[in-house]
Design a protein around this ligand. Structure first.
Ligand code: ZN
Length: 176
């Protein structure tokens, strides 16, 4: 089996930032998966699962309501490793609307929305959420503020590359 592209990134040197995880062409539509990396993997504690759940509810709510953006948004949700989230958007094959740089202000606005949020987290009833008690708004605000400051003060958008796997007989494997 091929190693999927996101596993080829050197996670021991990955910094919080916004990265292009992958780009897929489907006909005339480009689907871009952005890696919103919120913590340094394997060097800092991952985001606690309840805070990540709250970040998912609030950021998805914000992005799906943002005029000029919502129509191009496909998906937002957390990574299983709890060190970041994926944001998937679409644009025309020849458009260059979405890059880490052009997404930065949108993500910062979403994080400010979390930081300023008061009241009941949207969609936290037994009818609307699969684990409605597993939420932590204060920690979600803490993580949102920390990630926002990192984006504002030290914006990173270039992945560190992992060393290419080498087989026993010295053959170096390259990306397909
Ligand atoms: Zn939920």
């Amino acid at each position: 089996m091929d190693l999927i592209p996101s596993f080829q990134v050197d996670h021991t040197d990955l910094k919080p930032g916004i990265y292009v995880s992958r780009t897929d062409l489907q006909g005339n539509v480009k689907i871009i998966t952005f890696d919103l990396r919120m913590t340094s993997p394997n060097r800092e504690p991952a985001i606690n699962i309840a805070a990540m759940h709250t970040l998912e509810h609030l950021i998805a709510t914000y992005l799906r309501n943002r005029e000029g953006f919502k129509d191009t948004m496909i998906y937002f949700g957390p990574m299983g490793c709890l060190t970041g989230s994926y944001l998937i958007v679409s644009e025309g094959k020849d458009d260059n609307r979405y890059t880490p740089e052009t997404l930065k202000d949108i993500v910062i606005d979403a994080l400010k929305f979390v930081e300023d949020y008061e009241g009941e987290v949207p969609g936290t009833t037994p009818q609307t959420c699969g684990n409605y008690l597993m939420h932590d708004l204060p920690m979600a605000k803490y993580e949102a503020a920390r990630y926002r400051k990192r984006l504002e003060e030290n914006f990173v958008s270039e992945y560190p590359k992992a060393a290419r796997p080498v087989s026993g007989d010295g053959v170096v494997f390259h990306d397909a």
